[in-house]
Design a protein around this ligand. Sequence first.
Ligand code: F6P
Length: 568
Amino acid sequence: MSTASTPPIDATTTPSWADLTAHQAALTPDLRAWFAQDPGRAARLTFDAADLHVDLSKNLVTDETIALLVRLAQDVDLAGRRDAMFRGDHINVTEDRAVLHTALRRPSGASPALTVDGQDVDADVHGELAKVYAFAEKVRSGKWTGVTGERVRTVVNIGIGGSDLGPVMAYEALLPYKAEDLDVRFVSNIDPTDVAEKTAGLDPRTTLFIVASKTFGTLETLTNARLARDWLWTELAAVDALDDSEEARTAAVGKHFVAVSTALDKVAAFGIDPANAFGFWDWVGGRYSVDSAIGTSLAIAIGPARFEEFLAGFHAIDEHFRTTPIEQNVPALMGLLNVWNVNFLGAHTHAVLPYAQYLHRFPAYLQQLTMESNGKSVRWDGSPVTTETGEVFWGEPGTNGQHAFYQLIHQGTRLVPADFIAVANPAHPLVDTAAGDEPVDVHSLFLANFFAQTKALAFGKTADEVRAEGTAEDLVSARVFSGNRPTTSILAPALTPSVLGQLIALYEHITFVQGVVWGIDSFDQWGVELGKKLANEIAPAVTGDAAALAAQDPSTQALIGWYLEQRS
Ligand code: F6P
């Protein structure tokens, strides 16, 4: 049984790794031939997980590759580590914490109950959810009012990283489910432009700020929260809704600010009544927290019932991941394929290409999830990693990406594995009646691109096919597509709250699988600390402290000097 203190197994020393290395050396990927010779390939390599229909067949793998990757999973005890996570072992070793985002979406009354480190996790999760839901209902119904008694029309979520990316991505993805009379805006960057732009045009009487910060110590968030508080006081005074007394200001904060945090003492110190604060726990990583109280802005926007569906979607994939044999386990297979692509085929990046406009922030969300989790050079016992780790995740919605960077994916020298994501039923089934003789269902046209791209990437176009089109010989090579560019296609019936939860959980578990193979702690993020510390140290130099400036290295000194000269 794997426990938190179990040292990582060095995947590169396992028999399956050696076999994968030999297998790769002997393998000449040929998707054309593989599909031509094997009519069952597509069906055999397509899997369903909850509502997700996932076709892995256009990856550069044979049945033997998959079998070896499954053996690799066994050799590194993926199942043991997975079970340790679900059980609440402290698998976040460097922070000595359990990793229990899966507990956030366990249904009420799940059996057996989950008790971890003496905490009745289920009771706490559902207790806090009930508070979030009650608050969301109050805001949605207009029972929650600002200082003038007016209901809330705009919620502004102030947070960064996991306290922003999940909520904003999910809000954008689920816009069709949003209450019509409520909008949510998101402030994250400490660039003062962000708070200025996001408060522009708002009526302070109908604006509610949610300060979302796990630690309640993040410089960006606390600075933005103070700026927002100043804005509120100034703007309320401007409409004669606030006198200049301390009591009135405190009361205004009470009516227009709530918080989400694990540090309720710091919430109180900021001036927000802890009664208006929603909590979560240190076993929820920031980038795994959209399904906790960090999702309060989303719960307000879509309502508790839809939020419950969102959580149920996560849970469906959790159950799939927890109980399905690795051979059919979609997150496990996708994580193992990523390992194959990175460690055996030499891929450095991974594109995520949603053919769903509402998922336009999904790649940005995944960047934190995957790269903050797996961008590590040491293993969970502190020893150096023994192979390449986290790839760069990136992407844009199709078809925009097609007209920007797909050139490189099709014909460049680099291997860029890509996930294509689409839904069968759009929120807006528009028909173009003026395109030609027949009306055109625009979503079908859109998805024709989705299907065409993965086909072109897999099968390419040979020189003979190019010649057969009558291309002049000197242009043939420029028009050849090599094919054998790996893709995974993920389809869902529609972008519902549940499907969004499923997609997020899918990528959470893919990330976990890769981390287990590499032996790294996917749940800490020490790599963001140094920059934060230095920003604090450098701040005096940037604001005119000559001694602090003199203490900087020559390049930094010169850059700050130039900035100070230019700054009016
Ligand atoms: O950037 C580091 C980080 O700690 C992320 O992991 C986290 O999501 C983000 O900062 C915000 O942290 P907090 O929610 O504590 O403000």
